[in-house]
Design a binder for this molecule. Structure first.
Ligand code: PLP
Length: 492
C-alpha cells in the first residue's frame, strides 16, 4: 500500500502579501524578509488563509500595490484567484462541444441524473407544485420549516437509530451549502482539516475558508478510505476530519472495521481536549448517498461511538437517493449549540431550501412505503448499469487489457483503471500524460470519464470515475465495445 499523507503548501504562487513580494523598504526594516520568510506567524496565516478575519488583520497597506511591480494586480480576492476550477466541468464542456459537432459521446462525467432515465418521485414533484399553489412562496424560517426538521429527526430515528431533536437539524439548499456552512462555522483560518484523496470538493472547501488541509492519499486496496494509521499522527492538530461514505468518486463504502478505530481515536482525543478545555476535533460525515447502496451496511460515527454525537456533523439531503439534484433540499444534523451558529451563517448566505420544496419533502419523507419503493427502483436502475460496466471491464481485463474496476457498492459511481499512460496510438502518438489518455478515450472511444486528479489526487494515477446517472443501458454497452476497440489499437 502506498498510502502517504502530505500537507498541502497553500502559499499561492503569486501571493500578493507584501511580506511575500519583498518590497525593498520592507527588507530594510525586517531583514527576515530578504530570505522570503515572513517574520511573524500572522503573515504565515495570511498566506495559508487568504480569506477571512485573519487576512483582514494582516492585509497589506494600500501603498503596497504600487510596489508589486512584477506581479499582476489581483482583480479579485486571492482566495478567488487561487480557487481551482472544476476539472469535471472542464471535461463536461469538451463533451458538450463534441456533441454539438455531431459526435455521440457516452458521458460518464457528471455526478448528476439525466431526467430521461432518473427523475424524482412524481408525488414529490406534485407536492411541490401544490405547495406553490397554496402560497408557500415566501422565505422559510432560518432553520428550515418545523415539519421538515421533525420529519428528518424521525427519518434518522427510525432508519439510522439516531436520536436528534428538531433543534439539532438545519435545512439548506442541498448538501453543498451545508458542507460550506460546517467548514465556515467550525474552522478559523489556518485551522487544520484532514481528508482522504480522492474525494469530492474537500480541497475546494478548505481553500475557500482558508483552512490548512492535510490530504491523505488513499489506495484501491483500502477502497480509497483513509485508515486510522493515516490519521493518528495528525490527530493532535486536527480541527475537522471530513469523511464521506458511500464515497464520491469511487462508489465504495467504509466498513465497520475501518471506521470504528477512527471514531475511537477521535473520541479519545476529544476526552483529553475536554479535560484541557480545548475545542474538540469534529467529524464532518457526508452521507448524501447512504441510501444509494447495493448490499453493504451503512456505518456512521454516532452509530459506532455514541459519545461522538457532540462532535459529529452529518451532511445529507434528497439530491441523490431521490434523484432530485435540481430540487435543492439538504440538511445537516449536529449538536444544538453548533447548529444554532450554523443557522446564523446559513442565514447570512440565504442558502435556504425553497419553502414549497421543504413542505413537499417533509410529506414525502413520512410516506415510508412510497419512499422505499422509489429508492429500491432507483438503486436497481443504477446498479444494473454499474454492474454491467464492471463486468465488461473485468471481461476486458480477462482478455489481457490493462484495465480494472472495483465492485460497485454504492453511490452512482464505478472506479475504473486504464493503465495506458506511455502507450502509442495507431498513428504513432504517445499518450504521455493522463490528460492525453483521457482525451484519447474521449476522441477515439467517445467515452468521457473524470480521472481521479479531478478529485484532489496530485500524483499520476490510472483511476477514473464513471458516473452512470446520465447514461442509458444501451450506452453502457456501446461504451464497452468502443473502449475495447480503442484500447486494442494501442501499443506499448
Ligand atoms: C459526496 C457529495 N456530497 C455532497 C454533494 C452535493 O449534493 P447537493 O447536490 O445536495 O448539494 C455531492 C454532489 O455530487 C456529493 O457527491
Amino acid at each position: 500500500m502506498d498510502t502517504k499523507s502530505n500537507e498541502v503548501d497553500r502559499k499561492p504562487p503569486e501571493c500578493q502579501h507584501y511580506a511575500c513580494v519583498k518590497p525593498p523598504f520592507a527588507v530594510g526594516l525586517f531583514p527576515a524578509f530578504a530570505g522570503g520568510k515572513p517574520p511573524f506567524p500572522s503573515f504565515v496565516a495570511h498566506c495559508v488563509a487568504p480569506f477571512g478575519q485573519l487576512r483582514q488583520r494582516t492585509r497589506a497597506p494600500r501603498f503596497s500595490r504600487s510596489l508589486q511591480m512584477k506581479h499582476q494586480p489581483l482583480v479579485v480576492s486571492s482566495m478567488a484567484h487561487d480557487l481551482v476550477g472544476s476539472e469535471i466541468l472542464q471535461i463536461a464542456t469538451e463533451v458538450r462541444r463534441m456533441k454539438k459537432d455531431g459526435f455521440e459521446v457516452v458521458d460518464y462525467t457528471v455526478g448528476d441524473f439525466n431526467p430521461d432515465y432518473f427523475s424524482p418521485p412524481a408525488d414529490l414533484v406534485q407536492g411541490i407544485a401544490q405547495a406553490l399553489l397554496q402560497g408557500h412562496t415566501n422565505y422559510p424560517p432560518a432553520m428550515g420549516i418545523d415539519e421538515l426538521r421533525r420529519a428528518v429527526a424521525e427519518f434518522y430515528r427510525t432508519r439510522l437509530g439516531l436520536d436528534y431533536s428538531s433543534g439539532e437539524i438545519l435545512i439548506g439548499a442541498g448538501a453543498r451549502p451545508m458542507i460550506y456552512t460546517t467548514c465556515a462555522t467550525l474552522l478559523d483560518p489556518a485551522d487544520v482539516v484532514l481528508y482522504g484523496v480522492p474525494s469530492w470538493n474537500n480541497n475546494h472547501d478548505a481553500h475557500i475558508v482558508g483552512a490548512r488541509p492535510i490530504e491523505v492519499r488513499t489506495t484501491a486496496a483500502q477502497r480509497f478510505f483513509p485508515s486510522v494509521e493515516d490519521i493518528r499522527p495528525h490527530i493532535g492538530e486536527l480541527n475537522l476530519i471530513a469523511l464521506n461514505s458511500p464515497l464520491n468518486p469511487t462508489g465504495t463504502l467504509f466498513t465497520r472495521e475501518q471506521l470504528l478505530p477512527i471514531c475511537e481515536l477521535v473520541a479519545e482525543e476529544n476526552r483529553s481536549r475536554a479535560r484541557r478545555g480545548a475545542k474538540p476535533c469534529y467529524i464532518l460525515y457526508d452521507q448524501v448517498y447512504w441510501l444509494n447502496r447495493f448490499g453493504p451496511e451503512h456505518v456512521h460515527p454516532v452509530g459506532l461511538v455514541p459519545e461522538l454525537k457532540s462532535a459529529t456533523i452529518y451532511i445529507d439531503g434528497i439530491s441523490k437517493y431521490l434523484a432530485a439534484t435540481g430540487l435543492r433540499v439538504g440538511w445537516l444534523a449536529g449538536p444544538e449549540a453548533v447548529v444554532s451558529r450554523m443557522s446564523a451563517v446559513l442565514g447570512h448566505l440565504g442558502a435556504w431550501a425553497p419553502k414549497a420544496e421543504q413542505v413537499a419533502t417533509a410529506q414525502f419523507l413520512g410516506r415510508t412505503a412510497a419512499f422505499d419503493a422509489f429508492v429500491e427502483q432507483l438503486n436497481a436502475n443504477a446498479l444494473s448499469r454499474l454492474q454491467r460496466l464492471h463486468q465488461g471491464m473485468q471481461a476486458l481485463k480477462g482478455q489481457g487489457l490493462a484495465v480494472d474496476s472495483i465492485q460497485p457498492q454504492g453511490g452512482i459511481y464505478l472506479s475504473v483503471s486504464f493503465d495506458y499512460v506511455g502507450a502509442r496510438t495507431s498513428q504513432g502518438k504517445q499518450l504521455t500524460t493522463l490528460t492525453d489518455l483521457r482525451q484519447f478515450l474521449l476522441e477515439d472511444a467517445r467515452v468521457a470519464m473524470v480521472p481521479f486528479t479531478g478529485f484532489g489526487v496530485k500524483e499520476p494515477t490510472s483511476w477514473f470515475r464513471c458516473s452512470v446517472g446520465a447514461v442509458s443501458p444501451q450506452e453502457v454497452e456501446l461504451s464497452l465495445q468502443r473502449l475495447a476497440a480503442s484500447l486494442r489499437s494501442l501499443s506499448r
